[in-house]
Design a protein around this ligand. Structure first.
Ligand code: ZN
Ligand code: ZN
Length: 258
């Protein structure tokens, strides 16, 4: 879609966010998203992230498969737990990810949507929501397709860790081609996670016990380079908004092509 059209969709999605999200009032912030440095606070470079499943239909088994793909990394262990919200509203819960599916409608044109909610200081993610739009996946649409479902879940779950887009064979690629062909994370994603989480924070924004589940060799200190967006057709927009309380909310929106 054209950039202008995409911007209109962002405005539309923003209106929907006002209706659905528990955010008193949102105002877009001037700053461009500082993606590439989004991460949860934790006191160890390896951590467990709870993923609440508010899923129905084929999505529960897709989530399980996607989580086992991502869990091949050495940094974050996703653990699927019972859902903590209702799928239509998909509200955030502190310290964890909530994953939802619902027929959210086709007007805004999005397939999948991830929101990262930041702490008061604005420097760490403290909760996240992922929404799969069954208005595309569960209707007579080209996206009613196992590959598209698998890609989109993989992609959005990746965003919940703070990962940005890449121009590789990974599911974090946001091209229209990738939606049907890039279904899994790759080692480069895992290396990027190791870089993002290579430092230890003094506090934690992650819920649950944090027993060490992985054997890691060493962790780098420096941040990874900001990944390049794909040239060519974009399927995605990122917005940064601020709540009335001054909380930062970053939204990754995956649009259906066309
Ligand atoms: Zn940190
Ligand atoms: Zn994305």
């Amino acid at each position: 879609m054209t950039r202008r059209l995409a911007q209109q969709f962002v405005v539309a999605a923003f209106v929907v966010a006002l209706l659905l999200a528990p955010l008193a009032s949102l105002a877009p912030t001037a700053a461009t998203p500082n993606s590439g440095n989004f991460h949860w606070a934790r006191q160890s470079s390896q951590f467990t992230l709870q993923v609440g499943s508010n899923l129905s239909g084929p999505w529960q088994s897709i989530l399980n498969n996607v989580v086992s793909d991502w869990n091949k990394n050495e940094t974050v262990t996703f653990r699927v737990v019972g859902g903590g919200t209702n799928p239509q509203e998909c509200r955030p819960n502190i310290g964890r990810v909530e994953v939802c599916n619902w027929r959210y409608g086709t007007q805004e044109g999005w397939l999948g949507l991830t929101r990262l909610y930041f702490n008061a200081a604005g420097d760490h993610i403290e909760s996240a929501t992922v929404q799969m739009n069954d208005s595309f996946f569960d209707t007579a649409s080209e996206y009613n397709d196992d590959a598209a479902r698998r890609h989109t879940m993989c992609h959005e779950i990746g965003h919940t860790t703070g990962l940005d887009h890449v121009a590789t064979d990974s599911c974090m690629n946001d091209s229209q081609f990738a939606v049907f062909n890039n279904l899994e994370p790759i080692n480069k994603d895992f290396n990027q996670l190791e870089r993002i989480y290579g430092h230890n924070d003094s506090s934690s924004t992650v819920a649950g016990g944090q027993k060490k589940e992985k054997n890691k060799k060493k962790s780098g200190k420096k941040n990874g380079k900001k990944s390049r967006r794909n040239q060519g057709r974009m399927t995605e927009s990122v917005t940064v908004e601020t709540t009335a309380e001054g909380r930062k909310v970053v939204t990754f929106i995956t649009y259906a092509g066309q």
